[in-house]
Design a protein around this ligand. Structure first.
Ligand SMILES: C[S@@+](CC[C@H](N)C(=O)[O-])C[C@H]1O[C@@H](n2cnc3c(N)ncnc32)[C@H](O)[C@@H]1O
Length: 278
């Protein structure tokens, strides 16, 4: 029989990924195309959209599995509380399970949280396992990505001016924690650019460092500020390793400069992680 903690985390993932109400997203897309005059409204289609749009339904279910791909789906981000998809959410879960099983000390942080689903999940995981001595750090500008200034990021303009949907304010993220009943003193926010907030953040030790700032600069700033705080046996997760060469380059250069040889493990088409050697 499944434990209550397992059932809670399963439901939490389904909710964060918005897996339970895929039909509603399809209904809105359908209504919009009716409003645009592309098709005539039918109550039958509206009510039973899954049966009437099976390919689209499958596509949107798949999106929740694999996450959002900037290239293809950025314009239609849907209602998920995270863009990382189920496989990368489960990767967070399995890393945290190892952290607890092996008694690795330290807090958790995500650098680049967007709507906050991944950090909400981290807090939910700690709650489900009745962990009270660890903090979840929530680091973001809460105004989107910085303009590219380094040559390594040349051409990678993901600023709010171009992608307003990537700029989610602090109140929205705080509200998400509150809605899940997970906003408490085990959650701490670090609002501002990584280069300004991370070096002086009052973090003592990390068991999980999750990087999701897309750019070379954002990835490098976070690694420089936080890697030394990752405990031996702790995890470094890099969300954009496979999809953004700028991010991969920062990771590669950082690892080379530090002589890090811990194996990089692929999570899915973009996510990867390594475990800091013991
Ligand atoms: C791809 S989104 C993160 C997705 C998120 N992890 C999720 O679960 O859906 C990138 C986020 O990183 C933030 N970001 C990127 N570079 C940053 C920087 N240098 N300083 C602060 N925030 C940054 C952006 O504001 C944005 O919220």
């Amino acid at each position: 029989m499944r434990s209550p903690a397992w059932l809670y985390l399963d439901l939490l993932k389904k909710s964060i990924l918005e897996e339970l109400y895929v039909e509603n997203e399809l209904r809105l897309i359908y209504l919009r195309s009716c409003l645009d005059g592309q098709e005539k409204f039918s109550q039958q289609v509206f009510l039973d959209i899954r049966r009437h749009r099976p390919a689209m339904y499958d596509e949107y279910v798949k999106l929740r599995e694999v996450g959002i791909n900037y290239g293809r789906t950025i314009q239609n981000l849907g209602f998920q509380h995270t863009m990382i998809g189920r496989r990368r959410l489960e990767n967070i879960e399995s890393c945290l399970e190892r952290v607890l099983a092996d008694g690795i000390a330290g807090d958790c942080i995500e650098c680049g949280v967007w709507r906050g689903g991944a950090v909400v999940f981290m807090r939910g995981f700690l709650a489900a396992h009745q962990v009270q001595e660890r903090t979840v750090w929530v680091a973001d500008s809460f105004q989107g990505l910085p303009a590219p200034t380094l040559k390594e990021d040349e051409g990678l303009d993901l600023t709010a001016a171009r992608y307003p949907m990537l700029a989610i304010d602090l109140e929205t993220v705080r509200d998400l924690f509150e809605r899940y009943g997970l906003l408490d003193d085990q959650v701490r926010f670090l609002p501002g650019w990584f280069k300004d907030t991370l070096p002086s953040a009052p973090i003592r030790k990390l068991s999980l460092l999750r990087l999701d700032g897309d750019m070379y600069e954002s990835t490098m700033d976070a690694l420089n500020a936080l890697y030394d705080k990752v405990a031996e046996g702790g995890f470094v997760i890099v969300d954009d390793y496979g999809v953004l060469p700028q991010c991969k380059r920062a990771v590669t250069e950082f690892r080379e400069a530090r002589g890090i040889s811990d194996a990089i493990v692929e999570v899915d088409w973009t996510g990867a992680f390594w475990r800091k050697g013991r």
